[in-house]
Design a protein around this ligand. Structure first.
Ligand code: URA
Ligand code: CA
Length: 452
């Protein structure tokens, strides 16, 4: 039987005849796809030569059969090659990037980028916007009066050359294959496949140009990965890809069962980052930042071990070099750098509403995702990519998991402008906090470090 689709997608690459149906069947049977075959479908799909329905079928076959390490690396490289690759050669020194899979109250980039840059590491970092219950660095930066995260690439590179740091939004033409494939996965039930997730994340990091990459894979109720096993597997897949393409890559697997910091909101998280850089805030947000930062120094070859890295970072908190670098960054991108000395210059919400504990006992758990959702309802996050965020609003936690509280004791503050969804936000928040009698055991915030 003649099949028009088979004819439609038949292409000759390097003397080999490729057609999409063969690839789908091959993967359906659990066989290995060659580098040429992977390049063929990524290129063909990005150009619009291969239709959605065939790529959907292939993705579903991949979902059930998986990709081996070589296929995963080849998929990543093919996606990187679908678009513009950042060239950072003009910047002297080993460039280091970091990426978090996303969480709640997770403002490590705002702390780390200036702190690590203040140790002499050039950092050119691209970040995204927040969606749903998770925040995004671009939104946090835009809460700083005047700050422009949308510099041209040339201007950003120039800033890194001058002062060692630029934080910008994701550019449009980076990894178009991932954009198309991710959108298709989203509507075909094929998002949750570890090799596809790993190649999607790593393609963007590799295209962004840094030689060293530190990944923060979040696990828990407020994260994309809900179990430690899955998070470790994802971390291994990403480290494998990075190392295969010549980027020194390390992944930390860290806790996201409760918000990492105490602030959930945009200006509120900027405020917390400034407080950490001033040495005024301790706790897990600082602890996790120092470890991530030490690995950034380590993968870049700036220190010999993690302890040395931690000591350098701690020093640049106490001598305020990290804070000074943040001020320089804000100034270089058009913002009011006085905010680092005067937090009242950040946008402030009209009302601060106290929220009280409903029971007496130890806080057993908090559902980070629900707290993120509650903050989103106050206006700090977006329900869809088109929603607007209010930079001033959000939640400031006053207690953490393991703390003892009395019924009626202050547990959080809601920073509020519009009250139309306040009731729902409070309801979701209350449901997220679980108070019980036994003291929960002290937990660690860093579960694992994957280096190969
Ligand atoms: N984030 C990404 O960028 N890609 C995925 O596939 C999943 C999460
Ligand atoms: Ca304030």
């Amino acid at each position: 039987m003649k099949n028009e689709y088979v004819t439609f997608t038949k292409t000759i690459i390097g003397g080999i005849i490729m057609n999409m149906v063969d690839l789908i069947i091959k993967k359906r049977q659990g066989k290995h796809l060659s580098k040429q075959e992977i390049e063929y479908f990524v290129k063909g799909y990005t150009k619009g030569d291969i239709p959605d329905y065939q790529v959907s079928a292939l993705l579903m076959a991949i979902y059930f059969r998986g990709l081996d390490q070589e296929e995963t690396a080849n998929l990543t490289i093919a996606m990187v090659e679908s678009g513009h690759r950042m060239n950072l050669d003009m910047i002297p020194g080993v460039k280091v990037d970091k990426h978090s899979t996303g969480g709640v109250g997770d403002t490590t980039t705002l702390i780390l980028a200036p702190l690590v840059a203040s140790c002499g590491v050039p950092i050119m970092k691209m970040s995204g916007r927040g969606l749903g219950f998770t925040g995004g660095t671009v939104d946090k930066l835009q809460s700083i009066p005047g700050f422009n995260p949308f510099l041209s690439i040339n201007k950003a590179v120039e800033n890194v050359q001058k002062m060692g740091l630029a934080l910008i939004g994701q550019t449009e033409n980076m990894v178009p294959a991932d954009k198309k494939l991710y959108a298709l996965r989203d509507v075909t039930g094929t998002v949750e496949q570890l090799s596809l997730i790993a190649s999607s994340i790593m393609s963007k990091k590799i295209a962004a140009g840094a030689e060293g990459i530190v990944l923060d894979v979040k696990v828990g109720s407020g994260a994309f990965m809900e179990t430690t096993d899955k998070a470790i597997q994802l971390a291994k897949e990403m480290v494998n890809i990075g190392n295969r393409v010549g980027r020194k890559t390390v992944a930390l697997v860290t806790d996201m069962n409760e918000p990492l910091g105490m602030a959930i909101g945009n200006a509120l998280e900027v405020e917390e980052a400034i407080q950490v850089l001033c040495g005024k805030v301790e706790g897990p947000i600082k602890e996790v930042s120092l470890v991530l930062g030490s690995y950034m120094l380590y993968v870049g070859g700036y220190v010999n071990n993690i302890e040395e890295g931690k000591a350098q970072l701690a020093q640049n908190i106490s001598n305020r070099k990290g804070l000074q670098k943040l001020a320089e960054l804000i100034y270089a991108q058009g913002g009011n750098d006085k905010v680092v000395e005067d937090l009242s210059l950040l946008p402030q919400a009209k009302d601060v509403i106290p929220v009280f504990a409903k029971d007496t006992g130890y806080i057993q758990s908090m559902k980070a995702q629900e707290i993120g959702r509650s903050s989103m309802l106050l206006g700090a996050g977006r329900r869809t990519m088109k929603s607007e965020v209010d930079p001033a609003v959000g939640i400031v936690m006053k207690k953490r998991v393991g703390d003892y509280v009395m019924a009626g004791e202050l547990i959080a503050e809601f920073h509020v402008n519009k009250k139309d969804q306040l009731k729902e936000a409070l309801f979701i928040f209350d449901e997220a906090i679980c108070i019980g009698s036994g003291k929960p055991s002290q937990k660690s915030y860093i579960y694992d470090v994957i280096t190969e």
